[in-house]
Design a protein around this ligand. Structure first.
Ligand code: NDP
Length: 282
């Protein structure tokens, strides 16, 4: 399932996810239908939402208003941090489907591992997601913000290998080691905050490459993710940027340019550290 110019990535469960999509974190519910429809209009066919974002309902509404066949749109959502206990996970997953107004999601993720909560037990949460995949309501399942030690635990204690690991990746946090682990274990990497919420766009190396190849800094960074093989879904509420961000399939970066951008790595997070993040909403 891909639009003509967006490549697909084959997951370890055999399904194909569009490598490029639209992220809706921090889009107000009142703006979500309009922004998501603008994304569909620009050719996006993959939406990344979460219960935590408070806009699943509006994402579902946009899918319906788009008139696109359900099997031409990839919808991802995520389990919130207050629902890791299996019974809560089941209840919250029912609610996610009902908010979206969909019979299934294409991909469902544990949003954060929360290793300091729930007695460190994210394995029983994962086994609950395995149920959702078995009953067909989550076509693919994966995790988000998992470090190698968390992934190793799932490898030892669970049946299904996550199809994806969605983690913070951008030029200032290249995540070389974690990405290597994921490639080795056939876990696709989804890069969240792919342009570091704008923080990498003033970088002189990125600006120099952008001027040389005749693209914007955001396009160069998004193309860097594509060339590395990661899945990306930049967020924007601005229709021009929505169009700009997907317009990255008519050029390539040289190997040297990819390396120069990877070389900007400063191990600098914009978001929380998954080993210590323990936020549970009320
Ligand atoms: P992004 O790296 O996508 O950056 C979004 C910011 O950059 C917004 O402020 C946007 O402003 C601006 N922007 C977008 N396009 C351009 C452009 N072409 N030029 C200049 N500025 C631009 O950050 P996000 O944190 O939103 O990450 C993307 C997605 O990743 C999220 O929406 C969500 O789906 C996912 N995510 C997942 C997390 C997880 O824990 N699993 C955590 C965080 C994000 P404007 O809207 O005004 O254009």
């Amino acid at each position: 399932m891909t639009t003509s110019h967006v490549p697909g990535i084959t997951l370890n469960d055999g399904r194909t996810i569009p490598q490029f999509g639209f992220g809706v974190f921090q889009i107000e519910p009142k703006d979500t239908v309009k922004a998501t429809l603008a994304a569909f209009e620009a050719g996006y066919r993959h939406i990344d939402t979460a219960e935590m974002y408070g806009n699943e309902k509006e994402v579902g509404e946009a899918v319906r208003q788009s008139g696109l066949p359900r099997d031409e749109v990839w919808v991802t959502s995520k389990l919130n941090n207050n629902a890791h206990r299996p019974d809560d996970a089941r209840r919250f997953f029912d609610r996610t489907l009902s908010e979206l107004g969909l019979d299934y999601v294409d991909l469902f993720l544990i949003h954060w591992p929360l290793p300091t909560r729930y007695d460190g037990d994210f394995v029983s949460t994962w086994k609950t997601l395995e149920e959702f995949q078995h009953d067909g309501r989550a076509k693919s399942i994966g995790v988000s913000n998992f470090q190698t030690n968390h992934l190793n635990r799932l490898r030892d204690e669970a049946d299904i290998t996550p199809a994806v690991n969605q983690v913070e990746v951008h030029p200032y946090l290249a995540q070389n080691e974690l990405r290597r682990y994921c490639v080795e274990h056939q876990i696709a990497v989804e890069a969240w905050s792919p342009i570091a919420q704008g923080k990498v766009l003033d970088d002189p190396t990125i600006i120099e490459i952008a001027q040389r190849v005749g693209k914007s800094p955001a396009q160069v960074v998004l193309r860097w993710h594509i060339e590395r093989g990661d899945i990306v879904f930049p967020k924007s509420v601005n229709p021009e940027r929505i169009t700009e961000n997907i317009d990255i399939f008519d050029f390539e970066l040289s190997g040297e340019d990819v390396q120069a951008i990877t070389g900007l790595d400063r191990h600098e997070r914009t978001g929380p550290d998954p080993d210590t993040f323990d936020m549970i909403p009320d």
